[in-house]
Design a protein around this ligand. Structure first.
Ligand code: BG6
Length: 479
């Protein structure tokens, strides 16, 4: 469904995120016919460029990062270029702001995407206000990292709140834009089947894995100051955990959903240091190890973390959540597995083994949902039991349309334009997540814990496997 023409400004419009994600996402929505004539996308950054140079710059980025756009009509890139323009701007000075203000169309939705480091958030908010671009039709989009601890997140919230209302602030966590993540809510709250079992009486434990094969790439500087806990757990994994653990909201509206997520974060218990495993990847043939990558041989930052958490409330007391994420692992795979308890009494052969239902929500790749159920092994061999998956791979079940799922950024940017905050983090949620993270990080920093080493292409340090083994449980394979 096309949206009314809007003005979108990308601060940091020549940066890496703009090239890789934001501009390709906008292009794909344009190609899908979602942008009405008259929509304007304005890149703004420090570099000196004119409109023509920026258009050429964007076309290059689209060729490099857009993947398959064979579905677009020929000439779409040229038409997309026509809606682009550029302003050279100084975030901390006056240069460019008058020119930017003159480009705005009165009465339209305006979105300002802060694709810049958080140290500039306050300056941009102030300048937008000073130059009359902060009225009620204005929305601002801010990227992670939203601070590096509670104090800095609070300061950022305050700097934005000085000029914008919370209803105008869209804090991106791109995991919330992933198709299966939203499907998780449909699965839980659109079906009668799961919700009655969704508690510690029936669920033995929950596992959340976000495994990557890439290393820290060219972001060593940022990453070494963050580590897997701040980079992934405090935000992406926390959001997944919230959607799994939250109570049903009364309606699917932004505050109802975010109120319930906030309650989950506030119910998280302290984490015992013995239930945390941190690691750093080793070098592999021609690929540098973590320490070389970040050019800091003494680094104590983790590129892998596994931890056991507790959501201490009526629904979840007694059901642990095991979460892990890391770089340079065996495969790129993200999934959530809800592992149910065994049946209370086995009426079959004692040697028929242990059987459990497992509901797996696959975020990537092969987005879909599996439910392992126990059935009789076919054949005359007696009552032998076997677990088989009831597999719902979206592309198989829903046909080729399911292959066209928009990338997370496409969905989220269009939600900004439509004014729907459901899939964005509220200020209090982010602060609560840091309030939980801070003491955990402070404790290992104070002890100067050294992360364990792990092989590239492995599942992380063996101690992470032991974290579950000692509870009589087992991580699912990273495949
Ligand atoms: C980013 C992290 O937020 O998410 C990166 O900063 C990480 O370190 C990335 O690689 C993972 O996102 P995705 O969508 O590829 O799973």
């Amino acid at each position: 469904i096309p949206v009314d023409p809007f003005d979108l400004v990308v601060f940091g419009g020549t940066g890496d995120l703009a090239r890789r994600k934001i501009l390709p996402a906008l292009f794909r929505r344009f190609c899908a016919g979602q942008m009405e004539e008259g929509t304007r996308i304005i890149g703004a950054a420090r570099s000196d460029m004119d409109d023509a140079e920026y258009r050429a710059f964007v076309a290059e980025a689209l060729i490099e990062f857009n993947g398959d756009h064979s579905g677009c009509e020929p000439g779409t890139i040229t038409r997309f270029q026509q809606i682009l323009s550029y302003v050279t701007l100084d975030a901390r000075g006056d240069k460019g702001w008058g020119e930017l203000a003159a480009k705005m169309h009165p009465g339209r939705v305006r979105a300002f995407y802060f694709s810049v480091g958080p140290s500039l958030f306050g300056d941009l908010a102030l300048r937008l206000h000073q130059h009359g671009m902060a009225d009620h039709d204005t929305r601002i989009v801010v990227e992670k990292p939203f601070g590096r601890d509670l104090a800095s997140a609070r300061a950022l919230n305050k700097a934005l709140a000085d000029h914008f209302d919370e209803s105008q602030i869209y804090r991106i966590d791109h995991y919330l834009g992933k198709e299966t993540v939203q499907n998780l809510m449909a699965l839980r709250f659109g079906n009668m089947l799961f919700e009655p079992l969704w508690n510690s009486h029936y669920v033995d434990h929950i596992q959340i894995t976000v495994a990557e094969t890439v290393g820290v790439g060219g972001r060593g500087d940022y990453y070494d100051r963050a580590g897997a806990m701040r980079d992934m757990v405090q935000n992406h994994l926390m959001q997944l955990l919230c959607l799994i653990a939250m109570e049903p909201p009364a309606k699917f509206d932004p505050d109802a959903v975010r109120d319930e997520k906030l309650k989950v974060i506030r119910a998280l218990g302290e984490v015992d240091p013995a239930q945390i495993v941190r690691g750093q990847y080793l070098e592999d043939e021609d690929k540098p190890g973590y320490l070389e990558h970040v050019e800091n041989p003494k680094s104590l930052t983790e590129s892998f973390i596994a931890l056991k958490l507790h959501v201490i409330n009526w629904r979840w007391a007694g059901t642990p959540f095991y979460v892990r994420t890391g770089k340079r692992l065996k495969a790129r795979t993200s999934e959530i597995a809800v592992v149910f308890k065994e049946a209370p009494h086995n009426i079959f052969d004692q040697d028929s083994g242990r059987h459990r239902n497992i509901l797996t929500i696959r975020l990537q790749p092969n987005e879909g949902i599996d439910l392992d159920v126990t059935i009789k092994e076919p054949g005359p061999g007696g009552m032998r039991l076997v677990d088989v998956p009831l597999d719902m791979t979206f592309t198989e079940a829903l046909g080729p349309d399911a292959e066209d799922v928009p990338d997370a950024y496409e969905r989220l940017i269009m939600d900004v334009v439509r004014g729907n905050q459901t899939l964005f983090m509220r200020g209090d949620e982010v602060e609560a997540a840091w309030a939980w993270t801070d003491p955990i990080v402070a404790a290992w920093e104070e002890r100067e814990d050294k992360p364990l080493s792990y092989e590239t292409g492995s599942s992380g340090p063996d101690e992470a496997l032991a974290l579950m083994h000692k509870d009589g449980r087992k991580w699912r394979d990273i495949r």
